[in-house]
Structure formats: C-alpha cells, structure tokens
Write a protein that binds this ligand. Sequence first.
Ligand code: FAD
Length: 443
Amino acid sequence: MTGQDTGDLVADVVIVGAGSAGCVLAERLSRDPGREVVLLERGPDRWPGPEELDLGRLPIGDDSRHAVRHDTDLPGLAAARGSAIGGSSAVNGAYFLRWHRDDFASWPRGWDLDRIESAYDELDGPGGTMGVSPVADDELGDAGESFERYWAARADARPPEERWPVTGVNRVHSNRAGSLRRTAAEAYLSRALDRPNLRVVAGCEVLGLDTAGNAVTGVRAARLSVSAGEVILCAGTLGTAHLLLGSGLDVTGGHDHLGAFEHRGLAVFYRRRRPAASDMVLPTVLHTADAFEIRCYRDDLAAYIAGLPAVGAMVEVTSMRPSPVRLVDADARVRLEFGEMGPEVAESMRAHAGAAADMLNSPDFADIVVPGSVSVADVPGFSQHCWGTMPMGERTDRLGGVLGVRGLRIVDGSILPSGGCSGPHATIMMTAVAIGDELAGLR
Ligand SMILES: Cc1cc2nc3c(=O)[nH]c(=O)nc-3n(C[C@H](O)[C@H](O)[C@H](O)COP(=O)(O)OP(=O)(O)OC[C@H]3O[C@@H](n4cnc5c(N)ncnc54)[C@H](O)[C@@H]3O)c2cc1C
C-alpha cells in the first residue's frame, strides 16, 4: 500500500473510497488473482490507530486527521464524514444494528430476506467479521440503566443477544475489539493487502470521472489517473454525489443537485449531577411503532468530540422516516440543504420529545439529572446518515450498476432504496457483502 503512486494505471476495476463498503468490495473482487483491482482513498496512508478508534471518542473534531466536514444550511451544524482507510467506520459511533425485516419490503427483486440475513450473518453473526457484540449490562452506564428500567414497564425489549431489532428497547450491538471500534478496513482490507493484484493508493482524492459519451472509462486524481473496465464509486453518499454532479453524466434528471434523505432528530438536553464514565457513546435505544428511534446517549457529545462546546447530556428523538435533503455541489464538497419535515412528523417528534423529557424528570433518573435542567432543542438536527441518491431499482440496478451509463457502478449509502428503523452502517456493509459476492461469482 502506498501514498506515492503517480502516473497512469490500468486496471480491470478501480474502486473509489476505502470506506465501509469499499473495503468489502476490494476484498471480494481481488479474490480472483486474474482481476487487477485498484483502490483509491483520499484519507491518509496511516491507518487510524488506538487513539482514533477508542470507543470513548468520536474523532471528527477540529483536530481530526481522519474526517472532513460538509457545510449545511442549518446554522452551526456541519456534516462530518470519515476520510481514512476504513472511511466512516473508523470515526463512527460503533452502533451496528440491523434494520427491521419490514424495512426491506420495497427493495428490488433479488434482495430476499434469506440473502439479506446471510450477508448480515457474515458481519455480525458468531465469529463474524466485524466483531459485533451487544453492550453488556455493566457497560450500559447510569443513563442506559435508567433508560432500560424506565421503558421495561412500558415497552417490549429485545433479548440483547437477538440480532433482529424489535419495536421496543434495543440494546445496541457494537462492532469492536475490546475498547476500540473495529473498522471495515481491519475486517476486510487487511486480509487482502498482500494480494499482488490489489493496489491500494491512499492520500489520493479522485477529482473526476473520465467519460466517453455515456460510458465511464476511468478516474483522475492530482498525481495519477486510472483507466479501468469498471469504475465502482464507494465514496460514501456525499463523496459519490460530488463526483456524479461534476461528471457531466445525465444522472440528476436535469437538476443541479441530487436528492437524498437524512434522519432528523430533536435533542432533549439535561445537566448531569456528575460526569458519565467513558465508554461507547450510544448504549441503548427505543424503537417506537411510529418509526422513531429514541437514543439514550451516555453523556454530552462534547465529551467525545474535540472542540465541540458543551451543551449538556442528551436523549435524542429521531424520526427514522426519510427526511429530504438536497446535495448541492459547492467547491470541493457537496453542501446539504434540508427540506421541511412533514407537519405530521414534526408534531410526532415534539410529542416524543415531551415523553423523553417526562422520562428524564421521572424518579428513574433522579440520581442522574440536575432538577429543572431538562430542555428541548428549538430546531431538529440530523444524524450523519445521508443516503439514497441513486437507489437500487430506480437509478441503479440491483447490484448498483448505474442505469444508462456503461462502466459505472455505485456501492455505498447512495444506493439504499429505502430508509430503515436503525442506523445505516450494518446495512450498507450488508449490501456490499451481498453485491461483492455476486460480482465475484461467489453466488
Ligand atoms: C460521525 C459519524 C458517526 C456515525 N455513527 C454511526 C453509528 O454509530 N451507527 C451507524 O449505523 N451509522 C453511523 N454513521 C453512519 C455510517 O458510519 C455511514 O453511513 C457508513 O459508514 C457509510 O459507509 P459508506 O461506505 O457509504 O461511506 P464511507 O464509509 O464514508 O466511505 C467513503 C470513503 O470514500 C472516501 N472518499 C470520498 N470521496 C473520495 C474521493 N473523491 N476520492 C477518494 N476517496 C474518496 C472517503 O475518504 C471514505 O473513506 C455515522 C457516521 C458518522 C460520520
């Protein structure tokens, strides 16, 4: 692996982005020694180390070498993304929950539940690649314990070992090795690095796609270009959108932006009587019947992210229904412009925030919360989950091949054809495993 390559390379496949999906694809496609694979990653050559992977930190702050920020139209809020070998899996919250089975009802033919389950099993099953385990009772922290005690009397709970989530309390499952998050690079890329037909070039931001008519023939970076039979964009929803918007290809339906989706959420803040013990940021959540995820964060996010002002510990009430966001090209990175949430969602969000405030003011939280300190944010924020610009079955085929364009495939958050009731990480990786198997002829 090197950050020094220059010149013109020729490959069968060039993959852009060594993130959650790109590492899986690189491993799968390089299994055939006759296939020359080049993997390009903008993040630095140095793999994230223990200080970045510590579950007690989110390394997306001002000092981060392994993250970039995208501007948004929400005052004071930026979108962060991993820029590293491992991509966002190297900087995220290490919450690794499957979606609910019903979330796949609208996926295109070929995505049956047996296939989905076996791809998830590879990741989170016993001995699975991502080292997934449920948060243990003694890792819940005081807020997590009180949260689960409060909801035990009011909602169902999934047994912590069960891997499919339920409507009710879902103890978070986490991809980790001891106290460090386990990344897609460690799980997949590391075992392929010594293959002579795989070349990984880090510190290499792809600046554009080479096209000829409606075909993509390669990619360009500052120091190097790669001609390839197929270009696979795994640059994450935001990185891939930037390359698509600058490509001149007709993928926007004539618009100057790409439409995508986010999870919007309202924070319910409180002051803690004493600081929380350090551990993973989000130990337990409640999934409601009307598709909200009530997230019990362990502490103030300022305890996890360098440079973030302290605002208080929080419970977040997040609508898992897709909320619209436009990705508009702006200089080096796309900017996120949020649309209005529907009035019904906004109203339910306020009602759930009220219920979360009641919980924090209840006797179950009396030892944790400073009396009178609970407050609900004025404006909803968003999760770092943007997805769905190039959905399978609509703009791409069921394996991410871009419809109407030869030589271009997308395998990352862009191609999710629906939203899910849990965070996207496990499902993006599941998608990459299933597509990688099929492209590699393993199924
Ligand atoms: C701070 C944070 C916390 C999160 N927490 C959770 C969580 O706890 N649970 C959960 O389910 N989800 C979480 N997510 C979301 C989840 O991590 C992502 O949805 C998922 O990792 C995206 O995978 P991907 O393969 O689509 O993209 P990424 O993993 O982001 O990979 C894209 C890769 O492409 C590279 N790249 C981009 N553009 C270029 C270019 N032009 N040239 C070369 N390389 C390029 C990037 O550097 C990156 O390495 C979080 C996200 C963030 C940012």
